[in-house]
Ligand binder design. Structure first.
Ligand SMILES: [Mn+2]
Length: 206
């Protein structure tokens, strides 16, 4: 996906790593990391930004040395007169913050489902699209992120965290929310912001 575009800026929206267990990383994971490191080389004029998630909280510093990219809690920028704010989104996940143990178990189970699942991740996708709890969580993260973004004077807020690619409009606040979804399911999803400011959810299937 990365090689099919030329771009000025790549924003990694958190939870790039699950934990510090690097022994679990396979060759293609290291290839991706080394590609990202290559992109961040000043000669390439590509800015690589890592916004910290809840899973890679604390890893960011190590990784910024290893991959040589800057790590942020949140990242704001302007394109074509619109203000964007990228933040991972766990900050608005009250369930996660109030039920840390249950969330850790749920995250463990989801991880197993993904690892045992077939290539198309049928079960993981089913959970995301049909589970009422998941939908409620996705909307709550969106509402929280937009409220937060309003105080930051953002027009567009982009989160990750929920694994569910989404777009919600908040006309009464004059704001739009995007969620970039995730890389671990197929099709993988990401957000593309064109030079003219057009913003789109895209999908990638290998
Ligand atoms: Mn997360």
């Amino acid at each position: 996906m990365l090689t099919q575009y030329t771009f000025d800026r790549l924003i990694l929206l958190g939870d790039i790593f699950d934990n510090l267990n690097f022994a679990r990383l396979k060759k293609n994971h290291w290839n991706l990391l080394s590609y990202i490191r290559k992109l961040s080389n000043p000669k390439r004029n590509t800015e690589v930004i890592w916004v910290e998630g809840n899973h890679d909280d604390g890893l960011a510093e190590i990784m910024s040395h290893l991959i040589g990219i800057d790590v942020y809690k949140e990242y704001a920028w302007s394109t074509n007169g619109k203000k964007y704010l990228a933040i991972h989104g766990h900050q608005f996940d009250r369930f996660l913050n109030e039920n840390f143990i249950i969330s850790a178990i749920a995250s463990f189970i989801y991880d197993r489902i993904q690892r045992w699942g077939n290539e198309k991740q049928t079960v993981a996708r089913f959970l995301k699209n049909k589970s009422k709890g998941w939908l409620r969580l996705a909307k709550k993260v969106a509402d929280g992120a937009v409220e937060y973004g309003r105080h930051r004077n953002a027009d567009i807020v982009i989160c990750g965290h929920t694994h569910k690619a989404d777009m919600y409009e908040y006309p009464e606040k004059n704001m739009v929310y995007y969620n970039s979804g995730c890389w671990t399911d197929l099709p993988s999803s990401y957000i593309l912001i064109y030079e003219g400011g057009k913003t789109e959810i895209k999908y990638f299937d290998k």
